[in-house]
Design a protein. Structure first.
Length: 109
């Protein structure tokens, strides 16, 4: 039996490299959002009001329900939360893999 090595868990479980890349980006964004949102000290209801989403959506973010969030939705929530994404260009592809955890907006309540 030959063992195959993968760069990430997403490369191992997704059918195509495109799907794996999408999941890598979604998981990176979700982890950054979860860390930021749980660190505010606000309730999920307060966070929802500040971000313009429902409380169940905030719950899904903090519980890492990656299957219910598309990449575009996560980018929109990250922007509303004040998290800046950084994209870098490699050859002819633009890869958005790094996310700045420093909020641009400070919540005042």
């Amino acid at each position: 039996m030959t063992k195959k090595r993968f760069a990430s868990v997403w490369d191992a479980i997704e059918d195509t490299p495109e799907k794996a890349e999408n999941m890598k980006l979604r998981s990176s964004l979700m982890m950054a959002l979860k860390e930021h949102l749980t660190g505010t000290g606000f309730s999920q209801g307060q966070i929802a009001k500040l971000l313009g989403v429902t409380q169940p959506r905030v719950s899904g973010l903090t519980r890492a329900k990656i299957d219910v969030f598309g990449l575009d939705a996560l980018v929109n929530v990250a922007a509303a939360a004040g998290l800046a994404s950084r994209c870098r260009r490699r050859t002819r592809l633009i890869l958005c893999r790094e996310f700045d955890l420093k909020p641009r907006i400070v919540y005042t309540g």
